[in-house]
Design a protein around this ligand. Structure first.
Ligand code: VOV
Length: 248
C-alpha cells in the first residue's frame, strides 16, 4: 500500500454560485428592489466584520458566461457556520430573485509533500495563515474542481511517496513562477463533494489564469494525472460594480 500524504486542514469552504432571475428582478417594484439591495449590502457588511475579526473570509465575484451570474466564496471555522450563511441568504428578499446555479463544499488543505522533515507545521505562522487565509480582493477569480487519475498505469494513489513528492516539487516550481500574479487556494473535498479538490485562483490580470493553467498542463502531475471539471471565471463585485450589475 502507498503511504497517504499527511494533510493539514484549515477553514471550511463553500462556493455558492447563483444566477439572477432577471425577469423577476425586472418585474419587482422599486421598493422591493431597494429592500433586496439593502439586505444584500448588510450581509456583505456582516461578512466583512467576520473577516476583520479573523473568524472567516468571504469573496464576492460576478461570473462571466452562462454558468452563473455571481459567486460567494465563504471560508468559516465549521460546516454549521457555512450552512447558517446559506440558509440566512436564502431567506433574504434578494435571494428570491436568484436561482441556485452550482455549489461546492471543501476545506482549505495543505499537504506535507514539500514540508521539511522533523518540523511541526502548526508552529509555523505562515502555514497557519495559509490554512485560514483572508481571501484576496483581486480583480479576478477562477474556480474549478479536479481529481487525480486512478486508471491503469496512471494511478496517482498507487505511486510511492517519493514519486509523488518529485512531481509535486515540479508542480510547485511552476506555481512559484506566478508569485505575486496568481494566488491559489487549494481546498480538499474528498468525502464532501464530487471531486477531490477545488482550485480557486485570484489574479489582477485574468490572462495569468490561462498562462498558469496552460503551463501546468505540460507538467507531469497535471498532464498524466489531472482531471478537471467546469471552470468558472469572474470579476470582483465592489459595492459600485454591484450597483451597476443590478441597476435596470
Ligand atoms: C499559484 C501557483 C501555485 C503554487 C505556488 C502551487 C504550489 C503547490 C504546492 C507547493 C503544493 C504541495 C503542498 C501543498 O501546499 O499542499 C500544491 C498542492 C496542490 N496544488 Fe498547487 N500550486 C499552484 C497552483 C495550482 C493550480 C493552478 C492547480 C490546478 C492544477 C492544474 O493543472 O490546473 C493546483 C493544484 C494543486 C493540488 C490539487 C494540490 C494538492 C495535491 C495533492 O495531491 O495533495 N495548484 N501546490
Amino acid at each position: 500500500m502507498s503511504e497517504a500524504a499527511q494533510t493539514l486542514e484549515g477553514w471550511y469552504a463553500l462556493h455558492d454560485f447563483r444566477s439572477i432571475d432577471w425577469t423577476a428582478w425586472r418585474l419587482a417594484d422599486a421598493k422591493d428592489r431597494n429592500t433586496a439591495l439593502d439586505e444584500l449590502q448588510s450581509f456583505l457588511k456582516e461578512w466583512q466584520a467576520v473577516e476583520e475579526a479573523g473568524n472567516g473570509s468571504t469573496a464576492f465575484y460576478s461570473i462571466v458566461g452562462q454558468k452563473a451570474d455571481f459567486v460567494f466564496m465563504h471560508l468559516r471555522e465549521t460546516l454549521e457556520e457555512l450552512n447558517a450563511i446559506e440558509t440566512a441568504f436564502n431567506k433574504t428578499t434578494f435571494a428570491q430573485y436568484t436561482i441556485p446555479a452550482h455549489s461546492y463544499v471543501s476545506i482549505v488543505e495543505l499537504s506535507n509533500y514539500m514540508a521539511p522533515p522533523g518540523t511541526d507545521p502548526m508552529q509555523n505562522p505562515d502555514i497557519i495563515a495559509r490554512l485560514k487565509p483572508v481571501l484576496p480582493k483581486w480583480d479576478h477569480i477562477c474556480f474549478y474542481p479536479m481529481n487525480k487519475r486512478r486508471e491503469g498505469n496512471d494511478n496517482w494513489y498507487m505511486l510511492s511517496m517519493d514519486e509523488r513528492k518529485t512531481m509535486m516539487r515540479s508542480h510547485g516550481m511552476i506555481g512559484r513562477g506566478y508569485a505575486g500574479k496568481v494566488k491559489q487556494i487549494i481546498t480538499g473535498s474528498v468525502g464532501f463533494d464530487n471531486w477531490e479538490w477545488g482550485v480557486t485562483l485570484f489574479a489582477n490580470d485574468a490572462l495569468q489564469f490561462k498562462k498558469l493553467v496552460y503551463e501546468m498542463r505540460f507538467d507531469e502531475v497535471s498532464a498524466r494525472f489531472g482531471e478537471f471539471g467546469e471552470f468558472y471565471v469572474g470579476n470582483i463585485l465592489t459595492e459600485e460594480k454591484l450597483g451597476q450589475l443590478l441597476s435596470l
